[in-house]
Design a binder for this molecule. Structure first.
Ligand SMILES: NC(=O)c1ccc[n+]([C@@H]2O[C@H](COP(=O)([O-])OP(=O)(O)OC[C@H]3O[C@@H](n4cnc5c(N)ncnc54)[C@H](O)[C@@H]3O)[C@@H](O)[C@H]2O)c1
Length: 462
């Protein structure tokens, strides 16, 4: 794989990894970036096709399906959705030969289907994933892998018991951008990591999860009873179906929905298995459309020191009514610099302390008598050389993914390599649960008004 060649080359150049030396190497990595990625698609014989079915054919089900069938040798056989309009649309898009149903069990009973994509509302992920694994299907399940923390270990156990490939859909985990950032982070490019800051700002109805409703949504065109199966009976409510993210019964709030992407990226970059303490605060500020989740939320998580990484703090924020407009920020802050993730790349900037502590300026120095100031300055200059009094300078570094690069496609390619050739998957259910559980704990912290203690090794609330 070309990526690992680049990594070896880079590590070889950096050697003992002094920051100043690293700066030169950053430049050389930049010059090789365009050659660093390609899709080594194999040619697939016609009888070696992987037949997939998508369960949940909404926005992400469509996006996942369109991406999955770009991978050579992958064919869409069936789709399942609870709303008939989405089944009709699937036939329009993919052809009349596509089998459609409102009952996912029919999909799991079919012998001609090798893998399922689960892109339903969050509350169905665990149930369908476990049923699919037990039916012998490979599973690509959208994030967050589970809606409730209590469902995490059963999903992991089902995957282990069946041995079937399972990938979770935080495509960032396959991103070449995160993998390049990780290479540089591991060489000490920002010194010692101590903090990660991330925020999502949005400022419109679609961003706040009020998606366009169909003209014919009703309890006839939607299998509402199936949708609420296992819950206390409740009357048909189009908002609870088409805007499900806004309700705790069906979604996971801003934390489960959005923070989970951030944690997936952070865990990938740092090789972390998760935080120990989790606290969240929030409010419902603007989108008072009946939702029972906040539209502004901040989560703070404390990651303990492990052999993989130093102790660091993670601060996450979502604001759905932000006067900053639509804006996303993720910054890894270390003692000597910052990695800032951008839309299609990242930037590393540096600020390094001088060896000397400094004297004068906003200091008590000027409050002392003149003669004492002269003596203090003489002593300071004797103790520290001119170089030690300066901040070392390291040039910024920018990385942009190759033109046309698609992390979503890369994530599916990795999944189908696992299905076809048993290759390791980048985002199995354990990795996914370790990223999802702390974000779900943010909701528990917010609603129960308490700090949640998490055991990241055993994946349990303590
Ligand atoms: N990886 C990403 O970047 C990303 C982006 C967006 C959404 N997602 C995830 O994808 C999932 C779907 O989100 P969306 O925006 O597409 O939602 P959506 O509302 O557009 O679609 C969800 C669909 O699931 C169907 N559904 C619900 N329960 C079902 C069941 N039991 N059987 C069959 N179909 C069922 C609904 O009929 C609906 O059409 C969510 O879990 C979300 O978190 C991931």
């Amino acid at each position: 794989m070309k990526g690992s060649t680049s990594r070896r080359k880079f590590l070889g150049q950096v050697g003992g990894a002094s920051l100043l030396l690293a700066a030169g190497s950053l430049k050389s990595l930049a010059s090789e970036k365009s050659a660093s990625h390609s899709f080594p698609f194999k040619s697939i014989s016609p009888n070696n096709k992987i037949r997939v079915a998508t369960i949940g054919m909404g926005i992400m089900g469509n996006s996942d399906t369109d991406t999955a069938i770009k991978v050579p040798g992958v064919e869409l056989a069936a789709v399942c959705d609870l709303y008939t309009g989405r089944l009709a649309r699937a036939k329009e898009k993919y052809g009349n030969q596509i089998y459609t149903t409102r009952d996912y069990r029919e999909i799991l009973n079919r012998k001609d289907i090798d893998a399922v994509i689960i892109a339903t509302s969050d509350h169905w992920h665990a149930r369908i994933a476990i049923d699919a694994l037990n039916s012998g299907k490979a599973v690509y399940c959208e994030k967050p892998v589970v809606q409730k923390i209590s469902d995490g270990l059963p999903v992991i156990a089902a995957q282990k018991k069946t041995g079937k490939p399972m990938q979770v859909g935080s495509q960032r985990v396959s991103s070449i951008v995160y993998r390049k950032a990780k290479e540089l982070y591991k060489t000490g490019a920002i010194g010692q990591l101590n903090c990660v800051e991330a925020s999502f700002d949005r400022q419109d109805a679609l961003g706040a999860w009020e998606y366009t409703m169909p003209t014919d949504g009703s309890s006839t065109t939607v299998d509402w009873d199936r949708y609420i199966e296992g819950m206390p009976k409740m009357p048909w409510d189009p908002k609870k179906f088409f805007w499900w993210r806004n309700y705790r019964d069906f979604g996971t709030g801003v934390a489960g929905d959005l923070f989970v992407h951030l944690l997936s990226g952070v865990h990938l970059l740092t090789d972390s298995i998760g935080p120990k303490t989790i606290f969240a605060s929030g409010q419902l500020c603007y989108w008072k459309d009946g939702r029972d989740v906040p539209d502004i939320m901040t989560g703070i998580m404390q990651y303990p020191e492990t052999k993989e990484h130093p102790a660091f703090q993670l601060m996450l924020r979502v604001n759905f009514v932000s006067g900053q407009g639509d804006k996303g920020i993720t910054r890894f802050v270390g003692s000597e610099g910052v990695i800032e993730m951008l839309d299609n790349g990242f930037k590393i900037s540096h600020s390094i302390m001088s060896k000397a502590p400094g004297i004068g300026g906003w200091d008590s120095f000027d409050t002392y008598p003149k003669a004492m100031q002269a003596e203090l300055m003489k002593q300071y200059n004797q103790k520290y050389t001119a170089d030690q009094q300066k901040r070392p300078q390291v040039a910024d570094f920018n990385y942009t993914a190759p033109e046309g690069y698609d992390e979503h496609l890369e994530h599916f390619k990795n999944f189908f390599d696992g299905v076809r050739d048993n290759k390791p998957l980048v985002e199995g259910p354990e990795f996914a649960f370790r990223a999802a559980a702390p974000t779900l704990a943010c909701n528990d912290s917010y609603f129960q008004k308490k700090i949640i203690n998490w055991d990241p090794v055993n994946m349990k609330v303590v």
